[in-house]
Ligand binder design. Structure first.
Ligand SMILES: [Zn+2]
Length: 300
């Protein structure tokens, strides 16, 4: 078929129109129809893809909203943590610590400005989370703050541990466990009970019934437990942090050199060995190599 003719007959009456089409016309029409359907297909595909992308975006937005809420909760928890640390520092007499950003800025580690995480600022002004997109700077600042607070908490724990150890090493109880114990002679110059001469008494004499329990007045290690001339049977304890204590005139020793003792442990039985006029404990406190008044260390 090289050509064909289309005849249009209007109803009910009118002039008849004819359209003569060559093969070339038919081919052009066929190509046009093909392109039209291809475009329709592409349009349908594009619309479907856009709908799917929109669904994905809605899902991503929900996830982002959830993450934003989590970051806000994280910031609130961080606030509580910082407040708790500040209170703990106050209790232990330590100055409050700055935020990680301030610490970094004032630490002189370069002049670059950080986003500067301030958790309270973050909560009162959520604009830092800019709509629904958590700022990378906020997240990294929070993580930096968390790492920094870990350091400061470790520092606090070390301080508390040191304080606890120092407290445990400080003599603070009576050296004899007897309800009717009393001090017969204090620290300082006195008339010697045997020679009658004025001499310096470098300890405190505590009288109690014979064989009353003699106690370590702080935690420490026994560095001497033997006979020592005028003091008779003696125990010396090194408590660390500069403290040592001595307990003389004992009837019997219950510890040996190298033993680790806790405050309140019985280390000997009271007696009257060595140069003495009666049963008592000669109790000495030595701080940084110097004998000090033991009475100041009697808390109870
Ligand atoms: Zn004495």
């Amino acid at each position: 078929m090289n050509r064909c003719t289309l005849i249009f007959i209007p109803q009910p009456q009118g002039a008849v129109h004819t359209l003569r089409l060559t093969r070339w016309h038919i081919c052009v029409c066929a190509v046009a129809v093909f392109i039209f359907f291809v475009n329709c297909g592409l349009l349908a595909f594009t619309i479907t893809r856009l709908i799917q992308q929109n669904r994905d975006l809605v899902g991503a937005r929900a996830i982002l909203d959830s993450q934003t809420a989590q970051i806000e909760r994280f910031a609130a928890e961080m606030d509580s943590l910082v407040a708790l640390e500040t209170r703990a520092r106050d209790v232990f007499g330590l100055p409050p610590r700055r935020s990680a950003a301030e610490h970094t800025r004032q630490g002189g580690q370069g002049g670059e400005e950080h986003d500067g995480y301030e958790s309270s600022e973050l909560l009162s002004s959520p604009s830092s989370l800019s709509g629904h997109r958590p700022a990378a700077g906020t997240l990294s600042a929070l993580l930096e703050e968390a790492r920094y607070r870990q350091e400061t908490f470790n520092e606090l724990i070390e301080h508390v541990t040191r304080e606890r150890d120092q407290l445990a090493a400080t003599p603070c109880i009576w050296p004899v466990n007897a309800p009717d114990a009393w001090i017969s002679s204090g620290f300082g110059y006195r008339e010697d009970p045997i020679s009658g001469k004025r001499t310096f008494h470098d300890g405190m004499d505590v009288v109690a019934p014979v064989k009353s329990p003699v106690m370590a007045t702080a935690d420490g290690v026994v560095t001497f437990a033997a006979w020592d001339g005028g003091l008779g049977w003696v125990v010396t304890i090194d408590h660390g942090y500069g403290y040592k204590t001595r307990y003389g005139h004992n009837h019997k020793l219950l510890v040996k050199k190298g033993d680790r003792v806790r405050r309140g442990d019985v280390i000997a039985l009271e007696g009257s060995t060595g140069r003495t006029t009666g049963p008592h404990v000669h109790y000495e406190v030595i701080y940084n190599g110097k004998k000090v008044n033991p009475y100041r260390y009697l808390v109870n």
